[in-house]
Structure formats: C-alpha cells, structure tokens
Design a protein around this ligand. Structure first.
Ligand SMILES: [Zn+2]
Length: 427
C-alpha cells in the first residue's frame, strides 16, 4: 500500500512539476550553443540527415519557442516553430536520450461571431464592444466601401476565423462574412482572400491583355494582374534556371512517418557560377550557417529576405547595397549538399515562402530586353472578370444560423492569453 501511494505521488509530481515557458531565440545564437547551455548532448546532431540540418539553419533570432522543464528546472522538451506549419521537437526518449524530429504545429483554428449594435460611430462601437484592435483593422478593410451605408440603429454582424497556438492567438483574424442589418433591409458583404469586401459573392479580377498594334492578340496572360498590388517581382538568381528540387512546406512521408520540408528552390548548376541578387537590397549576412554551408542573406523592402546557400565564394559583404541582378557570390557545394547547386530561400516576415511564387522575370538585363520587345509590338489593356469568392454562400448560411440562434452578442477569446500553457498544446 505504501508503495502504491509513493508511486502515485511520484507520478503526480512528474505531471504537475513540469512547467511550460514561452521563450525568444536570442539573436545570433547557434543551435549547438543552445544545446550545450541546456545540457543536451551534441550527439543529437549526429543523427540528423541533410534536410534536417538545413532546417536547423531556419531558426531565426527573435523566434518565439517553448521549453518544457521538469521540477528541477531541467529541459525535457523543446518546440521551435520553423515555418507557418512545422516545428522542431526535441524530446527525451525512453532511453533518456534527446531526439530531434520535425512535426506539424498544433494550431487550433476557430470561427467566432460578433454582432455590434451601432449606437454612435461604427468604429468606436466595434471597439467598445469587442476590445480587439486586430479585428477592427480587418473590419475596416472589409467595410472600406460600405461605411457610408451604415447608420445609427443598424447592427453589424460578422464571422471571423482565428488561429491560436498553445492558447496564444497566432496571426491576425480573417473576416469571413459581414451582414449589415438595417430596419428595412439586409446587406451581405462577402470577403475575398485578400480581406476586401464585395456586395456580391464574386470578386472582380483584372487581367492584362497585350494587343499587337497590327490588330491581333498575341499574348493573353491568364493571371491576376498586379495593378492594385504591391507584390514584388523577383528575378532569377542565375542564368541557369533548371530547378532540381522545388520548395516544399513539408510533405508527410507515409512510410517513414516523418516530415521533410525544403524551404527553398534548388537550381542545378556548376561550381563557380555567378549568383545574382533577386531584388535590390542590403546584404545582412555572409558566412557559414549549418547545413546551408556558405550563405549570403539579402534584406529587401516589404518584409522580404532572400537566402543563397551552398556557395563556393562571396563577392558581396555585410552592409553592401546590392541591385537586382548584381553578382553577390559564386555557387558551390558547401554544407550538407549532395552536389553543386544553388539553394535559394525567400522569406516574407521571416516565414519561408515558395520562391517560384514571387520570381516573375529573368535576371534584369534579360527581362528588360523581353519587356521592350513586347512594348514595341503591342499595347497593354486591362480587362476584368468575375471570380466566385470561396465559401461565400456557406458563410452566409453560417452567419444567418448564428443570428437566429445565438444568445451571446460576441464570442470573445479574451482569456486565451491568460490561460496557463499545457504540454498538450504542442502536439
Ligand atoms: Zn535546397
């Protein structure tokens, strides 16, 4: 009996003694240094494969991560987000050795409802009734061309989705639909993927059409034009544009049960090939970075950063201002690389994105020649087309249902940030 009591006591200590804390990765801190400081054997690194070593290089200074410590203050688990969907997990196995793995981030995504009565001014009413400044920003964008239609006595109801991680709100809310309820009518506002509101479940999208001067259409681009967007158009980082390995946010391997993200695009090339900056910017790093070998990082405007890895040699140094198409380094085979190639990473607000989603033209000299040829033989006009907004009708049904059943006027997640973190939050 005594034994059972002691055993139960020990179990409860090991459960309740663990504490979860939120940390920020120190600027410039190396992964090996972090392991050493926390008494984690560097044997952990020996087990990593090529892609895992590269992923370690993705940990950014200032990155929020989570440590779980036992009641002696010793680390037993660490969770470090490395992209918008994946995180590194370091945890002790049954043999008491620390193991490294890459697992999905355990986001929770919930849909919330609000119904604001307009008493004075729509924005001050939303503010006093929701206390959520992120939400107000998103509602302002969505209601931009509808504000004049809202008057005193109306109700503005809306649905939005919000992600959270470990009880902390993660990212901004996404408005799904808004319904303005007036004494004599109702107006639905459907929200497109960019957060803009439309009074029908369609979005008008502009297309660029090139008309040759001699009278026949020679080129019709079937993509959204960038007329009203500030999206940058990056150049290729080298003349050779043979992609040997595409970007991947981490496909699940069904047999090995592992995730292997590839946070960049690999271009096949010989050693010593000139590597060019994809956009104007400032060199913020030129040195060795783990599995990426010799690396150059360039910071661009708009929150973008580009990373060039496995380089043989550098041409630019930290602090240099470089232009689009300017040679900054030479390709090579350094780091964990299985042959000469260039790994190009592009990051938006420190999150890796698919480089090919923003690379829009050949290196600047080639690009400008192509553009001038097109300009000489054609005129450019814009056409618009109506594209259905995803889930517009489903969201209309949802908000009508909430309005017919809800007794609450606002679901609020106020207490989320006050909640105590739990080990179960992470996987
Ligand atoms: Zn790569």
């Amino acid at each position: 009996m005594t034994r059972i009591i002691i055993l139960l006591f020990l179990i409860s200590v090991s459960i309740f003694g663990n504490t979860v804390t939120k940390q920020k990765w120190k600027q410039g801190q190396k992964f090996t240094n972090y392991l050493q400081l926390n008494g984690i054997s560097l044997d952990l690194l020996k087990s990593l494969d090529e892609l895992e070593k590269q992923v370690v290089g993705e940990i950014q200074g200032g990155q929020v991560f989570y440590e779980i410590k036992d009641d002696n203050g010793k680390i037993i688990k660490v969770y470090i987000p490395i992209s918008s969907t994946l995180q590194i997990k370091i945890a002790k196995n049954q043999a008491n050795e620390f193991k490294f793995s890459i697992i999905p981030i355990n986001f929770k995504e919930d849909i919330y409802f609000g119904n604001v009565a307009v008493k004075n001014n729509i924005w001050s009413d939303i503010k006093s009734q929701t206390h959520n400044s992120n939400l107000i920003q998103k509602l302002q964008k969505a209601l931009k061309s509808f504000t004049s239609k809202i008057s005193k006595g109306d109700n503005v109801a809306f649905l939005y989705s919000q992600k959270s991680l470990a009880g902390l709100l993660s990212g901004s809310p996404q408005i799904l639909i808004i319904k303005i309820i007036k004494p004599d009518k109702e107006i639905f506002i459907y929200i497109d993927e960019d957060g803009n509101g439309h009074n029908e479940p369609f979005e008008s999208v502009s297309y660029v059409v090139y008309e040759p001067i001699i009278g026949k259409t020679i080129k019709k681009e079937n993509q959204k034009s960038n007329i009203n967007k500030s999206k940058l158009s990056f150049a290729y980082p080298m003349r050779s544009t043979m992609i040997t390995s595409p970007f991947s946010n981490g496909r699940y391997h069904p047999v090995l049960h592992i995730y292997r993200p590839h946070f960049g695009t690999d271009f096949g090339t010989k050693r010593g090939t000139p590597v060019m900056s994809v956009e104007d910017g400032i060199v913020i790093f030129a040195g060795v970075e783990g599995g990426y070998g010799n690396v150059v990082k360039v910071r661009h405007s708009g929150g973008y950063m580009s990373l060039y890895a496995h380089l043989d040699g550098f041409r630019a140094s930290v602090g240099d201002s470089v232009g689009k198409g300017e040679v900054i380094a030479y390709s090579g085979n350094t780091g964990t690389s299985s042959g000469p190639h260039l790994h190009l990473g592009i990051y938006l607000n420190n999150t890796p994105i698919d480089p090919m989603s923003v690379i829009g033209e050949e290196t600047s000299s080639v690009g400008s020649i192509l553009n001038s040829v097109v300009d000489a033989v054609s005129t450019k006009t814009y056409e618009t087309k109506k594209i259905p907004i995803a889930n517009a009708l489903k969201h209309r049904e949802m908000i009508n249902y909430r309005l017919s059943t809800s007794v609450k006027t606002y679901d609020w997640i106020d207490d989320a940030s006050k909640r105590k973190l739990s080990e179960d939050d992470f996987e």
